[in-house]
Design a protein around this ligand. Structure first.
Ligand SMILES: NC(=O)c1ccc[n+]([C@@H]2O[C@H](COP(=O)([O-])OP(=O)(O)OC[C@H]3O[C@@H](n4cnc5c(N)ncnc54)[C@H](OP(=O)(O)O)[C@@H]3O)[C@@H](O)[C@H]2O)c1
Length: 283
């Protein structure tokens, strides 16, 4: 059932119940309120929504009534979320899937539209000379090229929309800290931050440009951290710090990170072009 039909159905039921009182102004008011509640949607696309931080974001935004599209390779058991299975390191498949999603949107009824570039990988952890060529290419593809492609499409496909439009790039403290063993990951995240600043510069002067921010989520209890802790000490000098963070219960949960990002987003806490570490968020 479409949203307008839903509004009509609910309003009609009320109308029947109250028809004896012939209260026309009340019925008109009710139609108006229901129209406002149901007519306009907040749309959000989240890459890597099947696990970790992405899954936390998917659950939070869905619970807050957003229309959520999750894009990852695997599908998870979550209700009220449209999940699309795509390998985001396949640029053609990614382009095709994202374009198809937009073709299906009813753009007249959108009050805000957001893209969260969250899917990411560390790749093999070791000094650069030990990393296989394919692994280097795969990490840069997923962490940097795919967000560039999706951001380009998002900006182009939302050009005619006058609603709130924004890109949230999930970056990392590794964008500014040169961790030994993470040279490719650090490079990919530094690129994400410059992407954010360049997009903001391009969009800022446009009448209805896209807002773009980078967020550092802190150290979060996900599969990525499990991979870090299982690395050989010879390949990662900082290993003990991450083991200690887990043992001392100092990792953020994906739920905490998702709630904080949701608040930062919906309170317009940041200006476009901001690079922000959520550990500095003042509640
Ligand atoms: N965890 C941390 O401490 C931490 C710290 C700083 C920054 N970050 C950043 O936060 C983001 C999320 O990390 P996380 O810790 O939540 O990682 P995670 O638990 O490993 O989840 C990664 C997500 O990305 C998706 N993904 C990976 N490769 C993909 C591909 N080729 N195609 C489609 N989807 C793919 C995975 O889904 P499928 O496997 O189903 O495809 C999964 O949903 C990343 O950008 C990461 O760099 C994490």
């Amino acid at each position: 059932m479409g949203k307008f039909e839903e509004v009509f159905r609910i309003a009609s039921n009320w109308k029947i119940r109250r028809s004896f009182s012939n209260n026309l102004p009340f019925i008109i008011l009710l139609y108006g309120i229901l129209f406002l509640i149901f007519a306009f949607m907040n749309i959000i696309f989240i890459t890597g929504g099947s696990k970790g931080i992405g899954l936390g974001l998917v659950k939070k935004y869905a619970a807050e009534g957003h229309k959520v599209y999750s894009i990852s390779r695997s599908i998870t058991d979550i209700e009220n979320v449209t999940q699309i299975s795509v390998d985001l390191s396949d640029v053609k498949a990614t382009h095709h899937a994202f374009k198809m999603l937009f073709d299906e949107l009813d753009t007249i009824e959108i009050s805000s539209i957001t893209l969260v570039n969250n899917a990411g990988r560390l790749g093999t952890i070791s000094n650069l000379e030990n990393i296989a060529t394919d692994d280097i290419a795969k990490t840069i593809q997923l962490n940097t090229t795919t967000p560039l492609v999706l951001n380009s499409l998002f900006i182009k496909l939302t050009q005619k929309l006058s609603c709130k439009k924004q890109i949230i790039n999930i970056s990392s403290g590794a964008a500014t800290n040169p961790y030994e063993g993470w040279s490719i990951y650090c490079t990919s995240k530094a690129a994400i931050d410059m992407m954010t600043k360049a997009i903001a510069a391009e969009q800022n002067d446009l009448e209805n440009g896209v807002k773009c921010v980078s967020l550092y989520p802190g150290v979060v209890d996900t599969n990525m951290q499990t991979q870090i802790r299982s690395t050989d000490k010879a390949d990662f000098k900082n290993l003990q710090r991450f083991i200690d963070l887990k043992e001392n219960n100092e990792l953020y949960t994906p739920e905490y990170v998702a709630n904080t990002i949701y608040t930062i987003d919906t309170t317009n806490y940041l200006d476009s072009g901001a690079i922000f570490d959520i550990r500095n968020y003042q509640h």
